[in-house]
Design a protein around this ligand. Structure first.
Ligand code: P6P
Length: 336
C-alpha cells in the first residue's frame, strides 16, 4: 500500500466532495495530534510521574487517573482555538465545554472519552481515546447539553485511538473504516489498512463473566450456549476474551471478529448498563456497522437510540453480525 499520511488521506477525502470540509479536516488533524500527545504521555509511564490516581472523581463518581485528567486537558486545549467547534463534551466533564469568546466557533460538536479503560493504565494494558463528531443544530450560539442529544445516525464521523504495542487511529467518515498506524519517527499517522471488515461469524466472545448472576435471562441463555460449545446447541466451541478496555476489545473484534457485550444487569436499575451512549456506544457502533458488523442495546439498533442526557448509559452488544442478531433475537423473543 502506498504510504499515505492521515493529512494526505483527508485532503483526498476533501477533494472527493465527501463529508470532509476544511473544518472537519482541521478537527481530525487536531484530534490525531492530541492522540499522539496522549500516546507519548502514556508511553512514559512511571518515568513521567503520571500513573496512579488524580485524587479526584469524575461526573460518574469514578476515581480519575492522572492520565484521565491530562488526556482531557490535551483534547480541550488542542480543540479550543481552531474555529472548527461549537462546543466539546467529555466523559470527564459534567457539562459541555464552551469555546472561549476569544476564539471563533464552528459548526461541529466533539464528544469524547479521553482515556477509556484507564483503570488498566497502572497495569500497562492497552487503553484508548474514543471520539464522535456531530453537527451543531442551526442557530445555537451557546450549545448546551441538548445540542449534543442527537441519535448516533447523525454522527459525521467517529474514531478511536488505541495505545497498544503500536498506536493506531481508527476512523470512519461514513464510507468504510480505515486504520492509521503512528510512525513515531516521523510523528505521522500512516494509512495501513482500508475498509476493515468484521467477519459475520466468530468463535470469540467478550463479556465480564463475573456479572453472570445479574444478567437478564436472554443473556444467560446466549452465554450458556457459547460455553456449552460443541456439546451444546451451537455444535462448536467458543473462546472468551475480556481486556476490560473497550477500545482494545473492539479493536480485536474489528481485526478478527467477535462479539462484545456489556449487558444491563440487575445490580442497579438506575444504570441500564455501564457504557455511555454518546462517547462509547455510539462511536463504536458507527465504526462496527461501517465494517459490516451490528450493534444493539439488546433490542434496538444503538445508532437509532434518542439520547436523553449526555452521560446516559446503555447496554451494548456489538461485533460479528450473526452473533449480535442472535443475542438480540433472544431478547426480543423474551419480550420486554
Ligand atoms: P468491567 C473501562 O472502565 C470500561 O468503561 C470499558 O472500557 C470496559 O469495556 C469496561 O469499562 C470494563 O468494565 O466491569 O469489566 O471493569
Amino acid at each position: 500500500m502506498k504510504r499515505m499520511t492521515l493529512m494526505h488521506f483527508l485532503v483526498e477525502q476533501q477533494r472527493a466532495d465527501g463529508p470532509v470540509d476544511a473544518n472537519l479536516r482541521l478537527l481530525l488533524e487536531i484530534v490525531s495530534r492530541a492522540c499522539k500527545a496522549i500516546s507519548i504521555a502514556i508511553g512514559k509511564g512511571a518515568l513521567a510521574g503520571v500513573l496512579g490516581g488524580a485524587g479526584s472523581e469524575n461526573v460518574q463518581g469514578e476515581a480519575q487517573k492522572k492520565l484521565d485528567v491530562i488526556s482531557n486537558e490535551i483534547l480541550l486545549e488542542a480543540n479550543e482555538w481552531g474555529g472548527h467547534l461549537a462546543a466539546l463534551a467529555s466523559e470527564e466533564m459534567e457539562h459541555p465545554h464552551q469555546i472561549p469568546n476569544r476564539y471563533p466557533r464552528g459548526e461541529y460538536l466533539l464528544v469524547f472519552d479521553p482515556l477509556d479503560g484507564s483503570s488498566n493504565i497502572d497495569v500497562n494494558v492497552s487503553v484508548g481515546t474514543i471520539f464522535s463528531v456531530l453537527r451543531c443544530p442551526e442557530g445555537i450560539a451557546e450549545p448546551d447539553e441538548s445540542a449534543f442529544l442527537q441519535p448516533g445516525t447523525r454522527q459525521v464521523c467517529a474514531g478511536y485511538a488505541v495505545y497498544g504495542p503500536a498506536t493506531l487511529l481508527i476512523l470512519t467518515l461514513g464510507d468504510g473504516v480505515h486504520c492509521f498506524t503512528l510512525d513515531r519517527e516521523m510523528g505521522s499517522f500512516i494509512l495501513t489498512q482500508s475498509n476493515l471488515s468484521i467477519p459475520a461469524d466468530t468463535k470469540e466472545f467478550a463479556i465480564n463473566a463475573s456479572n453472570a448472576r445479574f444478567w437478564e435471562p436472554p443473556v444467560s441463555c446466549y452465554i450458556d450456549e457459547l460455553i456449552a460449545g460443541k456439546d451444546g446447541p451451537r455444535g462448536r466451541d467458543f473462546k472468551m476474551r475480556w481486556v476490560a478496555s473497550m477500545v482494545a476489545d473492539v479493536h480485536r473484534i474489528l481485526t478478527r471478529g467477535g462479539v462484545f457485550m456489556y449487558p444491563r444487569d440487575r445490580r442497579d436499575p438506575t444504570k441500564p448498563g455501564k457504557l455511555r451512549l454518546m462517547y462509547e456506544a455510539n462511536p463504536m457502533a458507527f465504526i462496527v456497522e461501517q465494517a459490516g458488523g451490528a450493534a444493539t442495546d439488546g433490542r434496538r439498533r444503538i445508532l437509532e437510540l434518542q439520547p436523553e442526557h449526555l452521560h446516559q448509559r446503555v447496554p451494548v452488544f456489538l461485533g460479528s453480525r450473526n452473533e449480535v442478531e442472535r443475542v438480540t433475537r433472544y431478547h426480543l423473543e423474551a419480550g420486554a
